[in-house]
Design a protein around this ligand. Sequence first.
Ligand code: 5AD
Ligand code: FES
Length: 370
Amino acid sequence: MGGREKIITIAGKAELTAGDIHYLLSLAAPEEIKLLGELAYAVKKEHVSNRVYFRGLIEFSNICSKDCLYCGIRKSNYSPERFLMSRMEILDAAMFAQANRYGSVVLQSGERTDQAFIDFVCDIVSSIKTATQGKLGITLSCGEQSEETYRRFFEAGAHRYLLRIESSDRELYGMLHPQDRHHDFDARLNCLRLLKKTGFQLGTGVMVGLPFQAIEHLVGDLFFLKKIDADMVGLGPYIEHSQTPLYLFRDQLWPSQERLVMTLKMIAVLRIMMKDINIASATALQAIDGFGRERALKLGANIIMPNLSPKKHRKDYLLYEDKPCIEEEREECRDCLEIRVKLTGDEIGYDAWGDSRHFINRNHKPQPYV
Ligand code: 5AD
Ligand code: FES
């Protein structure tokens, strides 16, 4: 069987084997990668339509109790000025999302588990719900928490939660995180289970092109996402940050273009494997390629996250280097992304939550502002 037929045959299968996934992720000829992307885009159109949903991203605090070896806001990096946005600033950003018909916001922060922080998050979530008459969808991304905390977040009105597994391989996970009780693969896995049990739409994902990572790990990651039955996935290229320990291993990385192309292939294969989930076009893609996010939309991604964080804090939320939109205001990101999405030929789903079809399909429950 020639390359083209083989790709088409694999993409049409109900279940992909490890060999199939390995084959697709190893594609190197541009016309074969293009074909993979076209097949994935056709799946996206059929199962989740070509409507792209905006999630206004509010990075509301960079204070973090964790020390992940790759992350620019790890607690041992003393360079960023630590901040917690005020209640008014966060509400203001959420009202901007509402006024501009984004449909949803993502509240993201470093990880804190103290009571004052949990209470603050619950207050913010319920205040946004009240201020928008329940119309704005709220996703939280505040790391590992207890079951009780997840329940409080859910009851306050958040209905989706993002917590990336980062790498589904226990050993590789161990190499990316310090070996202490705060960084534990099993605890992370347990959180994903708890989030589902609580009733959240579950978002998780991985980084692609990490030091020590091989294609076999990425095959495992795709199986993991399928097995955990994620409703939403965000996966992006790993990008080195000079103020982190992992920077020492930068000479072992794939060149950034290869990390980009591998991430795009991962998105395409994921779309073929999990047809009705939401897949985010990660901002990190744009750090490598000015059109990285649009390229992801063209091969399966259907979610984009315009940054709503106040400009004054953006330079202190650099998870990785060359992060885009550091100098831009939220209006500029809005206009920029509207143009970018339209140029791909996709439509923007305004004033809608744009919930994961997968979640709706597995729960058989229509949501109010889908
Ligand atoms: N490169 C790419 N992505 C990163 N993240 C953190 N640090 C980096 C980095 N150096 C991602 C992690 C995290 C998400 C919020 O940002 O996957 O879950
Ligand atoms: Fe921020 Fe383009 S998305 S400037």
